[in-house]
Design a protein around this ligand. Structure first.
Ligand code: ADP
Ligand code: MG
Length: 290
C-alpha cells in the first residue's frame, strides 16, 4: 500500500478553511462588518449590497476608526483590540472579540478598507485581493471606517457554487439586519439594495442600545396593538413589546428575542412566554413578540 503523504497546509489554505466556519454566505460578512461598526461606537451605519451581496457588500460607519499603525494588523488572524487576557471575557460588552472576521473575509473576497482614526488628521487605505495585500496609503476620509467587499468566494469555486440566488441571499441579509434595526434604536441605519435606498431609519432620540422602541417595531413589523413589557429585578432587565392577544395567528410565531443585544432563539424562553400568555390566547395560536 502506498504510504499516505502528510501535507503541511499553507497559511492561505488554513485561513480559507477557518473562513468556512465564520463565512457561509454574504449575510455572514454583513454581520461581521456591522458588528465591528457597532463595537466602534458608531451612530450611523450605511450598508450597500449588490446582487444579494454576491458582487458587493459595503459597510460605512462614523465610529472611532482604526489608527494608521493598526490598519494592516487588524487583518491578521486572531488580532483584536477588544480583549487582551482570558478574564476580559467575563466583562466583555463588544459583539466581536475573536479577531478573525477581517482576516477570514480577506481570504474569500476582494477587500478595500478606508478608515480615519478620530484623533488622526488623515485617513488610510489598504487593499486585499488575489495579489495579496497592498501597502497602507493615505486616503481622503472624514470620519469612521468603510469596508468594501467584492466578489465573495471568487477564489473558492466549490463554495461559490453553493450560494443561493441573489434574491435569497438578499433576503438573508435583510432578515439579519432587521435584528439590528430592532435592537439598536440608537443607530441610524441606511440600507441600499442595488443602488436604491430600501431602509432609512433615523435614530430614535435619547434611545439606548437594547431599548426596543415602538417606533422601530411598528416601522418594520407593522402595527399590532402592542403592549409594552418591562421588568427589572434580580439582576435581570427585560424590555420589549408583545402584540395584543386579539392579533393572534395560527401560522409563524414571528418572535424576536435578544439577550445582551444579540438575537437568540431559545425554546425554553419561548415556552415560558407562551405559558404566561396562554390563558389569553386560543390554544396553539401564536403572537408577535419582540
Ligand atoms: P474582532 O471584532 O473580533 O476584534 P475583527 O477581525 O472583526 O476582530 O476586527 C479586528 C480589529 O479591527 C478590531 O478589534 C478593531 O480594533 C478593528 N476594527 C475592525 N472594524 C472596525 C471598524 N468598523 N471601526 C473601528 N475599528 C475596527
Ligand atoms: Mg469583529
Amino acid at each position: 500500500m502506498q504510504k499516505p503523504k502528510l501535507n503541511k497546509l499553507s497559511p492561505e489554505i488554513i485561513n480559507q478553511i477557518a473562513a468556512g466556519e465564520v463565512i457561509e454566505r454574504p449575510a455572514s460578512i454583513v454581520k461581521e462588518l456591522v458588528d465591528n461598526s457597532i463595537d466602534a461606537q458608531s451612530t450611523k451605519i450605511e450598508i450597500k449590497v449588490k446582487n444579494g451581496g454576491i458582487d458587493l457588500i459595503e459597510v460605512s460607519d462614523n465610529g472611532i476608526g482604526i489608527p494608521k499603525e493598526n490598519i494592516s494588523s487588524a487583518f491578521d488572524s486572531h488580532t483584536t483590540s477588544k480583549i487582551e487576557k482570558i478574564e476580559d471575557l467575563n466583562t466583555l460588552l463588544s459583539l466581536g472579540f475573536r479577531g478573525e472576521a477581517l482576516s477570514t473575509i480577506t481570504s474569500v473576497s476582494r477587500v478595500k478598507l478606508v478608515s480615519k482614526f478620530q484623533s488622526e488628521d488623515l485617513g488610510n487605505e489598504i487593499n486585499y485581493n488575489e495579489n495579496g495585500k497592498s501597502l497602507v496609503k493615505s486616503a481622503a476620509k472624514e470620519q469612521g471606517t468603510t469596508v468594501n467587499v467584492e466578489n465573495i468566494f471568487y477564489n473558492i469555486p466549490a463554495r461559490f457554487k453553493y450560494l443561493k440566488t441573489a434574491q435569497t441571499e438578499y433576503r438573508k441579509i435583510y432578515e439579519l439586519l432587521l435584528n439590528y434595526f430592532l435592537i439598536f434604536p440608537n443607530i441610524h441605519f441606511i440600507l441600499y439594495k442595488d443602488g436604491k435606498i430600501v431602509v432609512d431609519t433615523s435614530l430614535v432620540p435619547n434611545s439606548k442600545a437594547g431599548e426596543i422602541s415602538e417606533e422601530r417595531v411598528t416601522k418594520f413589523l407593522g402595527s399590532h396593538n402592542f403592549l409594552k413589557l418591562f421588568s427589572d429585578g434580580a439582576g435581570i432587565k427585560i424590555n420589549g413589546y408583545i402584540a395584543h392577544p386579539s392579533t393572534h395567528k395560527s401560522k409563524s410565531s414571528n418572535s424576536y428575542i435578544f439577550l445582551n443585544n444579540r438575537p437568540i432563539t431559545d425554546r425554553g424562553i419561548m415556552r415560558a412566554i407562551y405559558e404566561g400568555y396562554s390563558r389569553y390566547l386560543p390554544y396553539g395560536e401564536k403572537i408577535l413578540l419582540i
